[in-house]
Design a protein around this ligand. Structure first.
Ligand code: GLU
Length: 506
């Protein structure tokens, strides 16, 4: 019988979630969704030294913003909890005991000093079949001695006992079969008595098994651990329920080689975190996609294509389409260059898909913040006129601001270029003309009337329109002139024109 698809995203709460982690979660979600499966949120916090407060909340907020829901897990509940590893101490202890009882693991008392001494003595020292009998552990000490040491409160670790020279095959959905000889692995620590917690490897395997995880889709950096995980499944006798693995390729620097880092983002000017993050220790702020004006849909589309594509030229895909088209087996084995410009391109595209009314809300929020009262119809018109030029939601206010905040100064270069000796006369004349006109609501009509007026007066169109724009906008930018006059309305146009005539003429 086919197993029910259950996948998990299992971050360690060690700080802001890297954008590569967001992609991992997204692929898990797409895979779960397309198989009618479940997507679980587990927190792997057994390493208390690396725990960072706020990280878990940050991760949850990220997926809320992106609109990627979990079915089960920390903060969502479910039948396989608790989903935070630090709350599962007792569960792990039983499994550690099981391995010890079966002789698949052993207790070791070597102190850091003793380990250092061994490392100095033996080149490339590895704690394994070739060295373990020289060490202080339950394989070399009598049962009684081990018990006495523990009773005396001596700290110990539990190590997996890896048999040398065994072939281990990791079946990876992306990479095919990855073969490893067990002799290259060391007897990894699975449990530490000092904090009564398992290490990552044990907790990860136990939880995947207990939570009935069918597929482990995760970052490439975990590939070296996969053979050890296979051995742990064998040690527990869980081969039949071992999940299928898929190790995703790395996200690479946009330029050059190597893994994408936060420094690349700082250097090239893009966020590597989904949301803004304030480091609780240093207070340093790192920028986020959300705060930089990205739309979640664009981030999702962009990330989905880093390391996977649908095999045709289709690039723009909604989350639903991605669910349908995604294919884990077609994910790339080699690293995906982080093409930030592509991210911007997607954002521009998705921004254009939004209705004017929706985008107007963003501008309206800024108006509210600044206590500027504006007619909502005008806000929508302004957005409609300007959105084509916006890449980020944050651009919208910058682009539309001049409709709601009259210029108080005028771009010097533009003034020099456009304000000729006769400009004041022409514009004063235009002002008188405008004051006699009806409303500017019909842009075409206003245009026709002003143009005819210019012709009759023998005024060159450019010598009137260019400085006119300058008076209304403050610089030589903006959409069609009579769209501007329409949105501003007659009173405002007249006011701005008068102000400019006084100010520019000095
Ligand atoms: N806790 C691991 C991490 O932080 C998860 C690795 C896995 O998915 O097995 O990346």
């Amino acid at each position: 019988m086919e197993r029910k698809v259950r996948v998990r995203f299992a971050p360690s709460p060690t700080g802001a979630l890297h954008i590569g982690g967001v992609r991992t979660a997204l692929y898990n979600y797409l895979f779960a969704k397309q198989h009618g499966g479940e997507f679980i949120f587990r927190i792997e916090d057994t390493d208390s030294q690396r725990f960072v407060p706020g990280a878990e909340e940050y991760i949850l907020e990220t997926f809320q913003w992106l609109g990627i829901p979990f079915n089960e897990g920390v903060s969502f509940g479910g039948n396989y909890g608790p989903y935070r590893q630090s709350e599962r101490k007792d569960i792990y202890k039983n499994y550690v005991k099981q391995l010890l009882d079966n002789g698949k693991a052993y207790i070791a008392f070597d102190t850091p000093e003793q380990l250092d001494a061994k490392r100095a003595e033996i080149p490339n020292f590895q704690y394994d079949a070739s060295t373990r009998l020289q060490m202080t552990n339950s394989l070399t000490l009598s049962k009684e001695e081990v018990e006495n040491r523990i009773a005396a409160g001596e700290q110990y670790v539990v190590r997996i006992k890896i048999e040398p020279n065994e072939e281990i095959t990791v079946h990876d959905l992306i990479r095919g079969d990855v073969n490893v000889n067990s002799s290259i692995l060391d007897d990894k620590v699975l449990y530490k008595s000092a904090d009564e917690l398992p290490t990552y490897h044990l907790a990860n395997i136990v939880d995947d098994n207990l939570m009935k995880i069918s597929h482990v889709i995760r970052g490439e950096e975990w590939l070296p651990s996969a053979p050890l995980h296979v051995l742990l499944y064998r040690a527990f006798g869980w081969e039949d329920t071992m999940p299928q693995f898929a190790h995703l390729s790395l996200l690479l620097k946009p330029d050059g080689n190597g893994k994408l880092s936060k420094r690349d983002g700082d250097r090239l000017g893009f966020p590597v975190f989904p949301l803004e993050w304030r480091d609780p220790k240093t207070g340093d702020i790192s920028s986020g996609y959300r705060e930089s004006g990205y739309l979640p849909e664009a981030v999702i589309n962009f990330l989905a294509l880093l390391g996977w594509n649908p095999g045709n030229n289709q690039e723009v895909m909604s989350l639903d389409e991605l669910v349908e088209l995604f294919n884990i087996e077609k994910c790339s084995k080699s690293g995906a260059k982080f093409d930030y410009e592509k991210g911007k391109y997607f954002n521009h595209l998705y921004l254009q898909k939004k209705s004017d009314a929706e985008l107007a809300k963003i501008v309206q929020a800024k108006l509210d913040e600044l206590n500027i009262i504006a007619n909502s119809e005008k806000v929508e018109m302004a957005v409609a006129a300007m959105k084509e030029r916006a890449t980020f939601t944050n651009d919208l206010w910058d682009l539309c601001a001049f409709f709601f905040v009259a210029p108080t100064t005028f771009n010097e270069k533009d003034v020099q270029k456009r304000w000729k000796t006769d400009t004041s006369t022409l514009l004063s004349d235009l002002l008188s003309k405008l004051e006699t006109m009806d409303s500017f609501d019909d842009a075409e009509k206003t245009e026709e009337e002003v143009k005819t007026w210019c012709e009759t007066k023998g005024y060159g169109l450019g010598s009137v329109m260019n400085p006119f724009r300058l008076t209304l906008v403050g610089e030589m930018k903006g959409p069609q002139m009579f769209l501007i006059t329409k949105i501003l309305g007659k009173d405002e146009v007249v006011k701005r024109l008068k102000y400019a005539l006084i100010t520019i003429n000095g």
